[in-house]
Design a protein around this ligand. Structure first.
Ligand SMILES: [Zn+2]
Length: 335
C-alpha cells in the first residue's frame, strides 16, 4: 500500500492506502506443513485466468531442462519407484517422524506437487548483509504465524527473483520499478534478480509455486501494473497492494517464498508528468515492496511505511531499521 498523501503536493488528496483492511488468507496446503499466506491489503483482484501456450511462449520462464529425453524418462521412472518405496517405508515411521523426515524430501517429486524441489539456488551463507542503521523502533513487522518466531523474512541465502507484468505501465515507470527494488535490496542486503516481464496477472489466490510458468522453483515476486477493473482491491483511493506468501518445513522457521505488488496504473500514470510525481510513484512501489518483505504499517507519520498519506518519498530511519532486520532471516534450504 502506498503511504503517500498526494494531496499535500497538489495531487488527489485521497488517502492512497487500505492499511486497516489487511486481509490474511491462510490455506493449509499439504501435509508438508506448507502454509500459504498472502498478506495483501484488501482484496487483490480476480484471477487472471489460465495461461495459454502462446502466453507461456512469451513469458520469461525458467525450466529445469529438456523434458523429452529417454534418459530423463528413465530417471523419472526410477525416481518414482524409489519414491514409492520411500513412501511405503515411511508408513512404518510414526506420523511425526514421517512428516518431518520422510515426506518433505519426497513431496516435491510426487505428481502434482505444490512445492518445488528443496533448496533451489540456496547458498551456504547469506548472499548479502544489511547495512548498519540508526537504531529506531518506528517500524512494525507483519504478524508471524508462529508465536516463537518473531518475524518472517525471505531466505537471505538465495536471491529474491521478481518479474514485471507491464500491461498498463505508465511510460517511464519501468525505471522506477528497478530503482525501488534496488533501494529495498540495499536496505535489506537481500539480493534481487530481475527475470523480465511476465503475462501473469495479479491474483489474491496466486499460487506460490507455478512450475508451468516459472519452472521448478518458488514463483518470483510479481510486480503488476493493474487497474481497479482487473483488481477490485484497487478501487477508490487504493493505489497499491503488497504482500508475500510463506512456506514452512517442519522444524524450521517460516520464510516468505513468493510475493506480489499490485499497482493502480490509471491512478499513478498522471503523476509521471508532474513535478516530483515520479518520486511518489517510486515511493508507492517501495512501500508495497516493504509489505512484500515483511513490514506492516507504522504509527509514525515520518516513515514511508506509515499507513496514512504523509508525503514521504524516501525510506526513513524506522523503515531502514525494519528492513535491515528483515535482511537477517534464517536460511532454510529445506524449502
Ligand atoms: Zn500499505
Amino acid at each position: 500500500m502506498s503511504g503517500i498523501n498526494f494531496g499535500k503536493r497538489g495531487w488527489p488528496s485521497a488517502r492512497m492506502d487500505g492499511a486497516e483492511q489487511e486481509k490474511y488468507e491462510r490455506i493449509r496446503q499439504s501435509s508438508s506443513g506448507s502454509i500459504q499466506q498472502w498478506a495483501i491489503e484488501e482484496s487483490a483482484g480476480k484471477n487472471s485466468g489460465p495461461v495459454t501456450a502462446e502466453d507461456r511462449a512469451t513469458t520469461n520462464r525458467r525450466t529445469t531442462g529438456k523434458s523429452g529425453s529417454k534418459f530423463r524418462r528413465y530417471l523419472r521412472g526410477g525416481l518414482r519407484t524409489g519414491l514409492g518405496i520411500a513412501l511405503v517405508v515411511g508408513l512404518y515411521f510414526s506420523p511425526a517422524l514421517f512428516e518431518r523426515w520422510v515426506l518433505p524430501p519426497v513431496l516435491p517429486y510426487l505428481p502434482g506437487s505444490n512445492v518445488p524441489p528443496r533448496g533451489f539456488e540456496a547458498a551456504a551463507a547469506p548472499l548479502g548483509v544489511p547495512p548498519a542503521v540508526s537504531p529506531s523502533l518506528e517500524y512494525r513487522l507483519q504478524p508471524s504465524p508462529d508465536s516463537f518466531q518473531p518475524f518472517v523474512a525471505y531466505d537471505p541465502c538465495r536471491p529474491v527473483h521478481y518479474v514485471v507484468r507491464p500491461d498498463n505501465m505508465p511510460a517511464g515507470a519501468d525505471r522506477l520499478v528497478q530503482e525501488a527494488v534496488a533501494e529495498v535490496s540495499a536496505a535489506t542486503g537481500l539480493q534481487f534478480v530481475y527475470d523480465g516481464i511476465t503475462t501473469e496477472g495479479p491474483s489474491e489466490q496466486r499460487e506460490k509455486y507455478q512450475p508451468d510458468l516459472y519452472g521448478k522453483r518458488w514463483a518470483p515476486v510479481l510486480i503488476a501494473w493493474s487497474t481497479p477493473e482487473e483488481s477490485p482491491g484497487l478501487a477508490g483511493n487504493i493505489v497499491g497492494l503488497g504482500g508475500s506468501a510463506y512456506a514452512h518445513a517442519p522444524g524450521h522457521p517460516y520464510i516468505y517464498v513468493a510475493g506480489q505488488v499490485n499497482l493502480d496504473a490509471p491512478a499513478l500514470a498522471p503523476l509521471m508528468g508532474q513535478w516530483e510525481g515520479p518520486d511518489h510513484v517510486k515511493a508507492t512501489i517501495m512501500h508495497e515492496l516493504g509489505h512484500v518483505l515483511g513490514l506492516d504499517h507504522t504509527d509514525d507519520p515520518g516513515q514511508l511505511m506509515y499507513g496514512e498519506g504523509n508525503g514521504v518519498t524516501e525510506l526513513a530511519d524506522g523503515d531502514r531499521a525494519g528492513l535491515a532486520l528483515l535482511g537477517t532471516g534464517e536460511c532454510v534450504p529445506q524449502l
